[in-house]
Design a binder for this molecule. Structure first.
Ligand code: AMP
Length: 389
């Protein structure tokens, strides 16, 4: 089945057209600066390379129209559309076909992820209106975490507050963690039972997965929780917010921006949110960069143990996403933090570059360590096929 995977943001729209059987990607791209001056579409097509189309994109409807026009020349007609939805809230334990009801649910939970869900719901509606002959599927990033144990999702807040405002741990990166489990299970021929999936990118989260079930994850009500990330601070004492507001004089919006966009590696290093720049700085002796890397790996090590505790043990760990798949140095630093647990990675295997899943631990390592490239688009497309195919 040829599936168009759509990932809408408030001012952008990423797309990828791929085949579920072969995994072949026919075309992909990004509509950028939607609703802003200087909008364009960066498009990449198999056999034709990359191109940039400077075109007015006043709204998402225009962007989708252009995407379908561009895709007309691709020899792979779209047979279904999969929509990445950041927040499925209390409605989606799994992916779901778009209906009036499921679309309304995406909007209802949008206050939990206002920057994403409203745009995503609009794009789903537009696709349904413009191409009524095509089925649309909602693939929430939270669905994989939906059935984690109550002890993991419940916040120790008053029960009426939790119920009225749906305040709980929802997690994120669920589609990636699910893909990682599926790939690890296949690669390890069923021998992995307690996996910690380490999605380390500009956003980063860990997920404890026992025999395919999410037992806990490090992101919370929102993706701000957990690890130190590119620009997000991760977990800190919640009272920091009250303190910054009451004593620091910051507004709630300013604190939101500070914690989501001005913190993490960027803030600690003072150089960049990109781990490559931070590694380069540390190599040159910049102490702030060194501290940023130390904090990043320290937190991964700490929360790894937390994830392992949620399963009463761990036999496998998988590194994925931009940093997890590519940074030899950060994988080594994380492994060093876990030496006390018997983690030992082989520097030569760690240095191998490949697009395939691979083992990087030594035979003596108590935990099998893998690098597994993630493919959220394929996971979304497979859900579309399962529901519509
Ligand atoms: P993502 O959000 O998954 O795209 O990951 C972004 C992060 O991955 C950034 O911190 C990058 O520095 C890191 N990254 C991407 N490519 C590489 C690479 N080839 N080597 C080291 N780090 C990389």
């Amino acid at each position: 089945m040829n599936v168009l995977v759509v990932n809408a943001g408030s001012s952008s729209l990423k797309y990828q057209l791929l085949n579920t059987q072969s995994g072949e990607v026919f075309a992909k791209g990004n509509c950028e600066r939607i609703g802003i001056d200087g909008s364009f579409i960066g498009h990449e097509e198999k056999g034709a390379g990359k191109s940039t189309l400077e075109v007015a994109l006043p709204d998402h409807r225009t962007a989708i129209k252009h995407v379908f026009e561009i895709l007309e020349t691709v020899d792979a007609p779209v047979e279904g559309i999969g929509h990445r939805v950041v927040q499925g809230g209390w409605y989606f334990p799994e992916s779901a076909v778009v209906t009036d009801e499921t679309l309304a649910q995406v909007r209802e939970v949008a206050p939990l992820a206002p920057l994403h869900n409203y745009a995503e719901a609009d794009v789903i509606e537009i696709c349904r209106d413009m191409f009524p002959e095509l089925g649309n599927v909602i693939v929430p990033d939270t669905a994989f975490h939906y059935n984690m144990p109550e002890r993991a999702w419940r916040y120790a807040l008053p029960r009426d507050v939790v119920e009225k405002h749906h305040v709980r741990k929802y997690g994120a990166h669920g589609t990636s963690h699910r893909f990682i489990w599926r790939t690890v299970n296949e690669f390890m021929e069923g021998k992995a039972h307690k996996l910690v999936s380490c999605h380390l990118g500009s956003g980063a989260s860990l997920c404890a997965i026992e025999d395919g079930h999410c037992m806990d994850t490090t992101m919370g009500l929102t993706p701000l929780d957990g690890l130190v990330m590119g620009t997000r601070c991760g977990t800190l004492d919640p009272a920091t917010v009250f303190y910054l507001s009451r004593v620091g004089g910051y507004s709630i919006d300013e604190i939101d921006t500070m914690m989501n966009k001005q913190s993490g590696l960027l803030a600690v290093s003072g150089v960049s949110s990109d781990s490559r720049d931070v590694c380069e700085g540390a190599d040159k002796g910049d102490e702030n960069c060194e501290m940023a890397l130390e904090m990043f790996s320290y937190r991964v090590g700490q929360l790894f143990a937390e994830m392992a505790a949620s399963m009463g043990g761990v036999d496998t760990m998988a590194f994925t996403a931009g940093i997890g798949e590519n940074s030899v140095e950060l994988r080594q630093r994380v492994a060093d933090k876990l030496a006390w647990l018997g983690v030992e990675i082989d520097p030569e295997l760690n240095a191998v570059r490949s697009d395939d899943p691979r083992v990087i631990s030594t035979p003596n390592s108590k935990i099998t360590c893998l690098v597994v490239p993630t493919n959220e688009e394929l996971m979304i497309a497979l859900d579309v096929e399962a529901l519509l195919g």
